[in-house]
Design a protein around this ligand. Structure first.
Ligand SMILES: *[C@@H]1O[C@H](CO)[C@@H](O)[C@H](O)[C@H]1NC(C)=O
Length: 229
């Protein structure tokens, strides 16, 4: 009984660990992400914003370097904001220029938050980047405030590394409880089935019977021999 329980616990742990962290536990990795942005609506090519280095994908350790906006760039951003346009970024992972991630927010939200945004890097099970997006966490809408240009100089960005989730997060304790309930139900089910004790435990009963038969036969033989002498 006890060892059965431990067995199910260890099976569950192996399953859970295998499902949640298939590769992430096995090998860590690093990434370099180039960040560019589109400030000038008349120019289709983005300009450099900075870069993110992810030193450890496993623990989400990152370092972000960002350029200070020039007075001209601040003015461009302010222009995007007042004309209610989008501010777009282009993120490129490890120099894969052919597969950039584009993400946009309302320029006025970025401006009103005074360049305070969140960059989230989503990874799949194998640790591959599947999305890079930017979010303005402090704002849910624009208030139409005029932001002075000197507040549009320095990005203060938080970077988050998100690992793939497998639907609801597995809960070991409740999974074990479920196993226990299933086992109990099975035992109750077996109680109802009308197999005799012998049908269930013949493999234990037969050796005992054989031993008993042999020993009583030996005893009888011994007894008979004793009686004759
Ligand atoms: C990363 O960004 C910083 C600041 O923007 C810049 O000085 C540096 O040259 C960049 N590094 C690379 C490898 O692009």
């Amino acid at each position: 009984m006890i060892y059965k329980y431990f067995f199910s616990v260890s099976v569950v742990l192996v399953l859970v660990v295998k499902d949640v962290y298939p590769s992430v536990l096995e090998h860590d990795g690093s990434l370099f992400i180039k960040l560019e942005h589109y400030l000038d609506e008349n120019i289709s090519e983005p300009t450099e914003r900075g870069n993110i280095s992810v030193q450890s994908m496993r623990i989400g350790q990152t370092h972000v370097n960002q350029n200070q906006l020039t007075p001209q760039e601040s003015k461009l951003l302010s222009g995007l904001s007042s004309s209610n346009q989008f501010y777009k970024i282009r993120a490129t992972v490890n120099g894969k220029e052919d597969k950039p991630y584009i993400s946009s927010v309302k320029a006025c939200m970025l401006a009103e938050s005074e360049l305070d945004d969140r960059l989230s890097i989503s990874l799949d099970y194998a640790g591959r980047v599947v999305a890079i997006s930017q979010i303005i966490a402090s704002k849910s809408s624009c208030e139409g405030a005029t932001v002075p240009l000197e507040k549009l100089k320095y990005f203060t960005s938080n970077v988050y590394v998100r690992h793939a989730e497998m639907g609801p997060i597995p809960d070991t304790a409740s999974y074990i409880q479920r196993l226990e309930r299933e086992k109990e139900a099975k035992e109750r089910g077996e109680g109802k089935d009308n197999r005799s004790l012998f049908a269930k435990y013949w493999m234990y009963i037969i050796p005992v019977v054989i031993v008993l038969v042999i020993s009583s036969a030996t005893n009888a033989e011994n007894g008979g021999a004793g009686g004759a002498s």
